[in-house]
Design a protein around this ligand. Structure first.
Ligand code: SF4
Length: 369
C-alpha cells in the first residue's frame, strides 16, 4: 500500500477544532494507517491549539468508536479516521475523517470474470423460468444460490460496490462498465452504511433480487467473503492498489460452509456455552445474546454471558464451557475460528445446532443491521 497516495482529509477536522476552541482531542485511526498517526498528530497540533492523544488500541471499524471513557481523560472531541458514520451513538462528539486512495485501475483484467458471472446469473434466471412440475426439493436443488438458499433473481444486474477508501471511483466505474455493455447498479444499503455502494464486513444490506452478480473495488478477501456468504452471488474483485483482478471462488465459499457445518455438528452435545457480548458501541447485541441464553435454557443447556471489548483466544479459551456463541463482530467467528481451541459459532449456527433453524434452507450470514 502506497501511503503517499492516500488523501487524509484533515481540513474539516481542523476547522471544527478551531471553531470549538478544543484543547484536547482523541485521534482514532485504523490499523493499516497507524504508521501515519504521529505525522497527523504533528499536523493537527501545529495548525490548531489542541493537544492530540492517539487512541492506540486496535480499531477495525466505526463500530469501535472511542467512547465516553475518554471523557474521563478530558477529551472533548474524537477524530475517527478511515471509516464512515454508523447508526450508533458513542456518547462523544465525533468527527469522521475520509481517507481516499487515488488508484484508478484498468477495467480490462476484470471483464472476463464479469462476463462469466453474468452468464451464471442469466442461467439461474432461465432455470427459474423452467420450474413447472418440480417438487419443492427439486426446485431447491436446481435454483439455490451459492450458500444453499432458494433466492429467485428478478434481473441479472451487476452490483458495483467498494470499500470506503475507493468509493469515489464508483460513479466513473459505473459509466465505464455501462459502456462495456453491463447493466450496472450501485446498491444503497441500510442505516449502518453511509454511502451508495458501501459494504462493511457485517453489513451488505444493499443487496436485492435484481442484482445477479457483483464487482468489488478494494483489496483483500474480507469483504468479498462476507458479500458472497450473505448474497450467494458470484463476485469479481478489482484491486485499486495493484490493478489485479480475480474472483471469490465458490470452492472457497464451499470450504467455509463445510467448516461452519463441522462446527455446528461439534456443538450438538455441548451443555455449557459462553455467550460473547461486544462492549464496542457498534457491536453490542445484548438482546440477541439474551435470546441465545433463553434458547439454550429451553433445551436444558447453560449459557453464560461474557462481555468483552476485544475478543481473542487468550481472553476466553480458559473458561470451563464446551463452546462459545459470538454476538460481537460477526466476522470473529467466521474468519478467526481456527485460532480458538473450542468451537466458536454464530447465533444462526447455534439455532441450527439446537434444531430451531434448518441448515438445508441455506446459510444465513450473521449481519448487524
Ligand atoms: S465487520 Fe466487525 S469490525 Fe467491521 S464494522 Fe462490522 S462489527 Fe465492526
Amino acid at each position: 500500500m502506497d501511503l503517499n497516495r492516500h488523501d487524509f482529509e484533515l481540513d474539516e477536522l481542523m476547522e471544527r477544532i478551531r471553531t470549538n476552541d478544543n484543547r484536547l482531542i482523541a485521534l482514532q485511526v485504523p490499523e493499516g494507517l497507524k504508521m501515519q498517526a504521529l505525522e497527523m498528530m504533528d499536523t493537527i497540533e501545529t495548525e490548531t491549539s489542541a493537544q492530540v492523544v492517539l487512541a492506540a488500541d486496535p480499531c477495525y471499524g466505526a463500530c469501535d468508536l472511542v467512547h465516553d471513557k475518554m471523557q474521563l481523560m478530558g477529551v472533548e472531541l474524537v477524530a475517527h479516521m478511515g471509516h464512515s458514520q454508523m447508526n450508533i451513538d458513542s456518547g462523544m462528539p465525533t468527527q469522521f475523517i475520509n481517507v481516499t486512495y487515488d488508484g484508478d485501475p484498468e477495467l480490462s483484467p476484470v471483464l472476463p470474470w464479469l462476463n462469466q458471472h453474468r452468464e451464471m446469473a442469466q442461467r439461474r434466471m432461465r432455470q427459474q423460468e423452467q420450474n413447472d412440475g418440480l417438487s419443492e426439493e427439486e426446485a431447491q436443488e436446481r435454483f439455490m444460490d451459492a450458500v444453499g438458499r432458494m433466492a429467485p433473481l428478478s434481473d441479472t444486474k451487476l452490483g458495483l460496490v467498494g470499500s470506503i477508501q475507493h468509493l469515489h471511483l464508483l460513479p466513473e466505474f459505473h459509466d465505464r462498465l455501462e459502456k462495456a455493455g453491463f447493466d450496472v447498479t450501485i446498491p444503497i444499503g441500510g442505516a449502518r452504511l453511509s454511502f451508495p455502494g458501501q459494504v462493511l464486513g457485517c453489513n451488505y444490506s444493499g443487496d436485492d433480487p435484481s442484482i445477479g452478480h457483483y464487482l468489488f473495488l478494494g483489496s483483500g478477501d474480507f469483504h468479498p467473503i462476507g458479500l458472497v456468504l450473505h448474497t450467494g452471488k458470484p463476485l469479481a474483485m478489482l484491486d485499486p492498489y495493484t490493478g489485479d483482478a480475480e474472483e471469490m471462488s465458490l470452492e472457497r465459499i464451499e470450504r467455509i460452509l463445510r467448516q461452519r457445518f463441522g462446527l455446528i455438528m461439534s456443538v450438538q452435545d455441548a451443555q455449557t456455552f459462553g455467550i460473547l457480548i461486544g462492549e464496542k458501541p457498534g457491536q453490542m447485541r445484548r438482546t440477541l445474546a439474551l435470546r441465545m441464553k433463553r434458547m439454550l435454557a429451553k433445551q436444558g443447556k447453560k449459557g453464560y454471558l461474557l462481555a468483552l471489548e476485544h475478543v481473542g483466544p487468550e481472553l476466553i479459551d480458559f473458561y470451563p464451557v464446551d463452546a462459545f456463541v459470538n454476538t460481537a463482530c460477526p466476522r470473529i467467528a467466521i474468519d478467526d475460528a481456527v485460532k480458538y481451541r473450542k468451537p466458536l459459532i454464530t447465533p444462526f449456527e447455534l439455532e441450527v445446532a439446537l434444531g430451531e433453524k434448518k441448515w438445508e434452507l441455506g446459510y444465513q450470514f450473521d449481519e448487524i443491521p
